[in-house]
Design a protein around this ligand. Structure first.
Ligand code: FAD
Length: 469
């Protein structure tokens, strides 16, 4: 990057928000891709040439204009908590960190929405919304640090998805975006046009502000039940997931010995050796009524956190769910990695049995019940982040191929290509790139189709149909 460009960037955001120090660039050019031993090898050397931290859309406009004029790659970054290299700049250039572009602009109690700058943290938004009797519909287990723009640009769903679906389920009312052009003007995306930026890894346009739907706040309580085997745990959790009159935010299953990796929970006496755990977030007073059914399945209530201390304890149970499960497992034993899968509930028991029979403890089951496709009436599925004992890349892919062969869809977390993720929005993203990023300068290298001319996987095959259908 030549000195003239660096000086122009300093002129836009200030010298103290323009970073060329090698250590800073190394830190901020990474995200959490080390979850994948495959990506670790491929991405460890990738670096931006400069990082800037704007605090206004005017500054963003000027940075984009400069990059477009000079044909410099530009990658935008929220908190960098994506776990397949979504925010890693593959071709150097400018990294734009939105950590200073983080205001919560408005919480509207009447429409139950929040308007935020893209770098606003989900944790701050949840706390602020609660002051107004509202809460996030759903959030990733990284909610404390993850940004709204980063979640929409690189995430999927999480705690609350059992009630409110995934990012494709009408969470976003509208978003302002900036295109990659020499004279970028703010544009407003609404309705299905928003699919262009959902889980698009910032390859189409840069979101500046978003208006997202919130939910009325519920008094949640947290609990952990444990069972002597996976089958009983699944039976118990599935009944809760299917019970539409019971309000819930989290229904997850963690095969033994996974719960022993959750050290703070273990220290609090919430883990029983050798048992499979069901982690629940339920409306207040619901846990008590579940004990009879749990006893019938040889289950016990091992941990309970009442609403009074919900999100005010030393840990939240969501700290052990979704990909935090993988994180705790990898901390305890570095040979674990994972995959991402989708079980249709009707076939789940048979498929889980087939996987366990074939791979034994080489694969540990971790299931997260969610609802998806809410506009079509909603369907309950078990999203899954099974732990896989890593030996070789070939064996890892063999295990993923077995999942696919028995009808379990996989969203491969061992690739940085957006269009190898079966959840990508297909034509909506490609049209977005053509419209907003015609030179392909935004996060270049993440779309395989632009190199090979072929779609790597069918768009939205995860959801059983294409969103553009
Ligand atoms: C331990 C752990 C647990 C996780 N749990 C979950 C989970 O429960 N659910 C889930 O969905 N994900 C989960 N993730 C993945 C990730 O944390 C989330 O997707 C998170 O929301 C990403 O937010 P971020 O601010 O860190 O985004 P980043 O990682 O910084 O960015 C993600 C992508 O969005 C793009 N982007 C960022 N800001 C913008 C913008 N303003 N405009 C356009 N594009 C933008 C980036 O270029 C990048 O491609 C987990 C990851 C880890 C490491």
């Amino acid at each position: 990057m030549n000195q003239g460009i660096l000086e122009k960037l300093e002129g836009i955001v200030g010298a103290n928000q323009t970073f060329t120090d090698a250590r800073v660039l190394e830190t901020f050019s990474k995200d959490q891709y080390a979850f994948s031993p495959v990506l670790l090898e491929m991405l460890r050397d990738k670096r931006a040439e400069v990082m800037v931290a704007p605090d206004s859309s005017e500054q963003l406009q000027k940075i984009i204009s400069l990059a477009a004029l000079e044909n410099i790659p530009l990658t935008v970054r929220g908190a960098g908590s994506g776990n397949y290299g979504q925010a890693v700049p593959l071709h150097g250039g400018i990294l734009v960190s939105l950590h200073r572009f983080n205001s919560i602009l408005e919480i509207d109690v009447t429409t139950q929405t929040a308007r935020v700058q893209a770098g606003a943290r989900l944790g701050n938004l949840e706390r602020e919304a609660r002051k107004h009797g509202l809460e996030l519909r759903f959030y990733p287990s990284t909610w404390a640090t993850a940004t709204v723009g980063g979640f929409v640009g690189g995430g999927f769903g999480g705690v609350g998805s059992i009630q409110y679906g995934t990012l494709w389920d009408n969470l976003i009312v509208e978003t302002q975006v900036l295109p990659m052009s020499e004279n970028p003007q703010l544009e407003l995306l609404t309705g299905s046009d928003i699919f262009a930026v959902i889980h698009a890894y910032g390859t189409t346009a840069i979101m500046t502000e978003l208006t997202i739907r919130l939910a009325p706040a519920t008094n949640w309580e947290e609990c952990v039940f444990s069972f002597p085997n996976l089958g009983n745990a699944i039976a118990f959790a599935q009944e809760i997931a299917e019970n539409t009159s019971l309000k819930k935010r989290e229904v997850g299953i963690f095969e033994a010995p996974m719960p022993n990796y959750f050290k703070p929970l273990e220290a609090a006496g919430g883990v029983k050796d050798g048992r499979t755990a069901v982690i629940l977030e339920l409306e207040e007073n619901a846990s008590h009524d579940l004990q009879t059914r749990a006893h019938e399945l040889a289950g016990t209530l091992d941990y309970f956190n009442p609403h009074a201390t919900y999100h005010h304890s030393s840990f939240a149970l969501s700290d052990f769910t979704w990909n935090h499960t993988t994180l705790w497992a990898m901390k305890a034993d570095q040979t674990w990695t994972y995959t991402q899968a989708r079980f249709e509930v009707e076939k789940m028991l048979e498929q889980v049995h087939a996987i366990k029979e074939k791979f034994g403890d080489e694969v540990l089951m971790h299931l997260e019940f969610i609802r998806e496709r809410l506009s079509d009436g909603g369907v309950l599925i078990a999203a899954s982040l099974p732990l896989i004992r890593f030996s070789t890349k070939e064996r890892l892919f063999e295990i993923q191929a077995f999942f696919e062969a028995i009808g379990v869809q996989v969203a491969d977390p061992h690739t940085f290509y957006l269009d190898e993720d079966s959840r990508w929005s297909g034509e909506a993203v490609l049209n977005g790139v053509a419209q907003f990023n015609p030179k392909g300068l935004l996060n270049p290298g993440k779309l395989k189709v632009l190199h090979t001319g072929e779609h790597a996987v069918l768009a939205n095959s995860w959801f059983g149909k294409t969103k553009t259908d």
